[in-house]
Design a protein around this ligand. Structure first.
Ligand code: 16G
Length: 245
């Protein structure tokens, strides 16, 4: 149970939910990211407090970003280290190295597919044009960060499918004279499905940032359409914005 607060007599007694909040914070700090927190009922018993007290303490920690809730499965320890991205056009490999971590990953799929309507529109090719499709799980220091699907015209990187897994797609494009130069990007919030959750090593229905990018080279050719799904606890986007005069 929660002991005395150690305050001297006469001082105002600390509210119970605040004492519990600090006890839970110690628990959070001693846990690994994504560890589950005990249930409301367990906390009531363990600390001998009311449901209202538990809820207030948990709510505060949630507001402080130390824990997160997944509807239907419980409360988990938040991962505080996020990777920030600025408005420069960078690759995943560059983003991760800039944080002094090692990028790596696992190729889940590497295939030739005919362009569907969406890819045809965004890459400005006829539907049915041969595209290379890569699906990669991308990691930083071995930890899954992002699930990425990329489509690009096969004519840009003719030998890629035979050469096998590229370490960096942007390096490949640069070598092929189609260096990424600018991109149109859309970011939206989403929840991962069961398969994505397993690959990203997060609970099902975990929040994610879905980033869609159509990238062009300096001549304006569309060189890729990419859909990247980032774990929302490990990624954020930072922009420098200026006011037009
Ligand atoms: C980033 C890009 C993705 C690109 C990849 C290349 C975003 C949202 N997406 O993940 O479009 O295909 O980098 O990375 O940043 P690589 O050169 O390390 O293979």
């Amino acid at each position: 149970t929660l002991g005395g607060t150690g305050r001297t007599a006469g001082a105002k007694q600390e509210p119970k939910h605040e004492t519990l909040r600090r006890a839970l914070l110690d628990l959070v700090e001693a846990s690994a990211p994504h560890d589950p927190l005990p249930s409301e009922r367990e906390l009531m018993t363990r600390y001998d407090v009311s449901r209202v007290t538990v809820r207030r303490a948990v709510e505060r920690l949630g507001q402080e970003g130390r824990i997160y809730r997944v509807q239907g499965s419980g409360t988990f320890v938040a991962d505080r280290e996020t990777i920030s991205k600025s408005l420069h056009l960078t690759s995943f490999s560059e983003d991760i190295r800039a944080r002094r971590m090692t990028p790596a990953g696992r190729m889940l799929l590497m295939e030739r597919v005919p362009a569907d309507v969406v890819n045809a529109r965004d890459l400005f090719v006829e539907p049915g044009t041969p595209l290379i499709h890569l699906e990669r799980l991308r990691t930083a220091d071995g930890e899954p960060m992002c699930l990425e699907n990329v489509w690009l015209p096969e004519t840009l990187l003719p030998g890629l499918l035979d050469r096998g897994e590229p370490a960096s797609l942007y390096d490949e494009l640069e070598r092929a004279g189609a260096a990424p130069d600018s991109a149109q990007q859309t970011v939206r919030a989403t929840l991962v499905d069961a398969t994505q959750a397993t690959l990203l090593n997060v609970p099902p229905q975990f929040p994610a940032l879905c980033v869609e990018r159509v990238t062009r080279d300096a001549r304006g050719r569309a060189v890729e359409r990419a859909v990247s799904l980032y774990r929302a606890d490990r990624y954020d986007f930072t922009f420098t914005i200026t006011r037009e005069r």
